[in-house]
Design a protein. Structure first.
Length: 302
């Protein structure tokens, strides 16, 4: 059997924080594959500003770009004007003229391990999402409770005879599939277009992926390979400071210095803060503050 092409795909547009996140993700990928990507692996970025990435010196990842106009992005939001609908349309566009394995990641990710095993599983027909967040019917958080109530009012929302409220929600910050399964994207889009006007919450798109990527067979978790820090938006200030301080450095130097930002440690620091707040702090709604590091001092630790 011929070796399939493996694609890592990003969608990057909008404010500068998103671009900082994307380059930080690419730096982590470059650190993992320090001898270069395998010949059958390609990185593609859907972006309205490809020139922004080309400003980084000597990037060995040989980035490919699909320039995406802002009016096209607006069109991809659809008549329902839903920002997360753009991801579905982008993956449909990408899959239309590609053959192989697609590993999409939101920009706010860090590659922790090589993803060769992920691509091998995709070649065998498996599908990936980031991490399973729980079964809707168990109502583990307020949004699940609301979604469960909505799904129960929609008696026709079943898949293979199973009510959708009995299904699990997966985080859609990472999505993996073989292009042979790209038809699933049509089902994801149809569900989103139908249900978002009736239940206008951000989780509609990722629940649609969760439902249709699980048929047939179970979804596999990408979290051992890729860290998705969707709940750490405070990292934006740190990344902005990082890229400003090291703006004159080569790609190789940036790969070395990007280890100064330990995303898992920051995520745990935030969790510890909110778990350790006193009653008065909770009443006063005291918020966690992520302080920008002293880069001079941190460099001394390398």
């Amino acid at each position: 059997m011929d070796q399939q092409t493996n694609y890592i795909v990003f969608l990057c547009y909008g404010n500068e924080r998103v671009f900082h996140e994307c380059v930080f993700a690419l730096l982590s990928l470059s650190r993992i594959y320090d001898r270069g990507l395998p010949d059958n692996m390609q990185v593609w970025i859907y972006t309205d500003k490809p020139g922004w990435f080309r400003s980084f010196k000597e990037c060995p990842l040989h980035l490919n770009y699909r320039e995406t106009r802002l009016d096209e992005i607006k069109q991809w939001r659809g008549t329902i004007d839903f920002v997360h609908r753009v991801k579905i349309e982008m993956l449909k566009d990408f899959s239309a003229n590609k053959s192989g394995n697609v590993l999409y990641a939101d920009t706010d990710v860090v590659f922790a391990y090589p993803v060769d095993d992920v691509f091998q599983a995709l070649s065998a027909g498996k599908r990936y999402m980031h991490i399973m967040e729980g079964k809707i019917s168990e109502e583990g958080n307020p949004i699940f409770k609301k979604l469960n109530a909505h799904l129960k009012t929609e008696a026709t929302l079943k898949l293979n005879g199973k009510p959708m409220y009995e299904m699990a929600m997966w985080n859609a910050g990472v999505l993996g599939f073989n292009t042979k399964d790209s038809g699933l994207l049509d089902s994801v889009l149809d569900f989103t277009d139908r249900e978002y006007p009736k239940f206008s919450k951000h989780v509609v798109e990722q629940f649609a992926f969760s439902v249709y990527f699980s048929q047939p067979g179970d979804i596999k978790a990408a979290t051992p390979y890729i860290i998705h820090y969707w709940n750490l938006k405070e990292a934006g200030a740190v990344l902005a400071s990082f890229f400003n301080y090291f703006k004159d450095k080569s790609w190789v130097e940036l790969v070395r210095y990007n280890t100064l930002i330990q995303i898992p440690a920051l995520m745990q620091e935030k969790i510890n803060f909110y778990q350790g707040r006193s009653v008065l702090d909770k009443i006063g709604k005291k918020q966690w503050v992520l302080h920008v590091p002293d880069w001079v001092e941190l460099i001394k630790q390398l």
